[in-house]
Write a protein that binds this ligand. Structure first.
Ligand SMILES: Nc1ncnc2c1ncn2[C@@H]1O[C@H](COP(=O)(O)OP(=O)(O)OP(=O)(O)O)[C@@H](O)[C@H]1O
Ligand SMILES: [Mg+2]
Length: 411
C-alpha cells in the first residue's frame, strides 16, 4: 500500500515542503510542493524563532493545499556551519562465537563508536556505519547473520550544535508538526543527486546554497566527511549590490538573470540596466564587469571547497570528482569554472528518479528537499504515515489559530 510522507527543507534562501507517496516498488511520487522565501534564518541557523516558524507554516500550508493532505509529521532538513564530522571505531564481543550476529550487536557496536569526547552544546546527529569488521575480516557492509567472536564498526559521526537542532525542531513544532527525524542537508542532497557508482569511486557532493556551502564526501561507497562552510550565493549577491550601489533584491535579480561564472566569455559591449540607490535612477552597467564580480566570489567558494578536500587528504582519492548542486549551481559557467580551477571532473546534480510534480523541483536548488523525501521513503522504520490524510479537524484547528492570531497584539 502507498505510504504518504512529508519533508521540510529549512534553507537560508527558501523553505521547501514536499509531500510524496511511496509506492510498493519504492517509487516516489511527489504530490505536494510548497516553497516560500526563508525568514528568520542566517547561514542555516534560526535567528528569529517567530519569523522562521511563520515561514515554515506558510510553506507547509502551500504543500498541504496542493496535495490535499494535512501534514502532522515530517522529516526536517537542517544546516549551518556548526556541522562537523569525525570517523570513529566501536568494538563489541559476540558471546562465545556460537550464534549469528544480530541487530542488537550492530546497535551495540555503533553505540560504542559514539563514545567520543564532545564539546559542550554538541550532539551526534547521525552515527552512520561505514563498514563492519568481523574477527578481523574487514569490508563487511551487513554483518547480521554472520558467526563471529568480535564485531567492529567503522562509523562516521555527524555532529551538530544541540541548541541549533532544538531551535529548528521548536520552529517546526510551533506549527503543530512532529519532527520524525532531523537530517543534515548535504546528506539529503547526496541521496537525491549522487549515483551508487560515483559513491563507490569516490566523489564530493558540494551544495552551494544561499547562506552555506555544504559538502559530503564519499569514499569506497560510504560517507567519509561532512562539513558546512559559511559561504554561498548571498555573498555573490552582496558583492554585486555593493559594487553596483543597488539594493540586495535588485542585485539578486541581476545575478540570477545575467551572471556567468566565465566572465571573459561575455561580450565586452553588452550592457544591463540597474536601478541604483540615491535618486533611484536607472544606470547602464557592463554585464562583463558584473560577471567578473560574481566570478571572483564563485572562485573563492570553489577555492575553499578545494582546500577542504586537500585538508582531508582526499585529493587524488575522488575519481568521480565533484557534483555541484544547490541553487548557485544553476549559475551558467560555474561547472566549467570548477573544472578549470579544481582540475577534476565536475557535473551539476539535479534530483533524479521522481514521478508526479517533478517540473517545479527538477533543479539543483531542490536537491535537499527531494533527498529528504527519499530519506523518508527508504526508512523501513518509519512504518506509520507521516501525514494525516483525512485531517479535517486539524485544518479547522489551524484556521481558528490563524484567525486568533489576527486579534493578538504583534510582538
Ligand atoms: N541562475 C542562478 N545564478 C546564480 N545564482 C543562482 C541562480 N539561481 C539561484 N541562485 C542562487 O542560489 C541561492 C539559493 O540556493 P538554494 O535554494 O539552494 O539555497 P538554500 O537551500 O535556501 O540555502 P542554504 O542551503 O545555504 O541554507 C541564492 O543565493 C540564489 O541567488
Ligand atoms: Mg540548501
Amino acid at each position: 500500500m502507498d505510504r504518504t510522507i512529508a519533508a521540510i527543507d529549512i534553507g537560508t534562501s527558501k523553505i521547501c515542503t514536499l509531500v510524496g507517496e511511496v509506492g510498493d516498488a519504492g517509487v516516489l511520487r511527489v504530490t505536494g510542493v510548497g516553497v516560500v522565501r526563508a525568514r528568520g534564518l542566517r547561514k542555516g541557523v534560526v535567528t528569529d524563532v517567530g519569523e522562521a516558524a511563520q515561514a515554515i507554516g506558510e510553506s507547509v500550508r502551500k504543500a498541504e493545499r496542493v496535495s490535499g493532505c494535512t501534514i502532522s509529521r515530517a522529516i526536517v532538513g537542517m544546516g549551518g556551519t556548526h556541522i562537523a564530522s569525525l570517523n570513529s571505531m566501536g568494538m563489541v564481543a559476540i558471546g562465545k562465537g556460537d550464534r549469528p550476529i544480530d541487530r542488537e550487536d550492530t546497535d551495540r557496536a555503533i553505540e560504542a563508536a559514539k563514545a567520543v569526547p564532545l564539546d559542550h552544546n554538541r550532539s551526534i546527529l547521525h552515527p552512520i556505519p561505514r563498514s563492519f569488521i568481523v574477527d578481523g575480516q574487514d569490508g563487511i557492509t551487513n554483518p547480521i547473520g554472520l558467526m563471529g567472536f568480535r564485531l567492529e564498526v567503522q562509523a562516521h559521526l555527524i555532529i551538530a550544535a544541540t541548541s541549533a537542532m532544538q531551535n529548528i525542531q521548536h520552529c517546526v513544532e510551533m506549527n503543530d508538526i512532529g519532527v520524525v527525524e532531523l537530517v543534515i542537508q548535504p546528506l539529503a542532497s547526496a541521496e537525491a543527486v549522487l549515483t551508487a557508482e560515483e559513491k563507490e569511486a569516490g566523489v564530493a557532493l558540494v551544495d552551494i546554497g544561499g547562506g552555506t556551502t555544504d559538502m559530503a564526501v564519499f569514499v569506497r561507497g560510504s560517507i567519509w566527511q561532512t562539513l558546512s562552510l559559511g559561504l554561498g550565493g548571498h555573498q555573490i549577491t552582496n558583492d554585486i549590490a555593493v559594487a553596483l550601489h543597488t539594493p540586495f533584491n535588485t542585485a539578486e535579480d541581476v545575478k540570477v538573470r545575467y551572471a556567468h561564472a566565465l566572465y571573459d566569455t561575455i561580450d565586452q559591449t553588452e550592457k544591463i540596466e540597474v536601478t541604483t540607490f540615491g535618486d533611484n535612477s536607472v544606470t547602464s552597467v557592463g554585464r562583463r564587469e558584473m560577471c567578473a564580480i560574481a566570478a571572483a566570489r564563485a572562485e573563492e567558494i570553489l577555492d575553499a571547497v578545494g582546500r577542504e578536500i586537500k585538508r582531508s587528504a582526499l585529493d587524488g582519492l575522488l575519481p568521480a570528482g565533484i557534483v555541484l548542486t544547490g541553487g548557485t549551481a544553476d549559475m551558467p559557467g560555474l561547472r566549467e569554472l570548477a573544472v578549470r580551477q579544481l582540475q577534476v571532473p565536475v557535473r551539476v546534480g539535479v534530483p533524479r528518479k521522481l514521478q508526479g510534480l517533478v517540473e517545479s523541483i527538477s533543479s539543483p536548488a531542490y536537491a535537499t528537499a527531494v533527498g529528504l523525501l527519499m530519506w523518508g521513503a527508504n526508512k523501513q522504520t518509519v512504518a506509520t504515515e507521516i501525514i494525516q490524510q483525512e485531517g479535517k479537524p486539524k485544518q479547522l484547528y489551524r484556521r481558528l489559530l490563524d484567525l486568533l492570531k489576527l486579534f493578538l497584539p504583534r510582538g
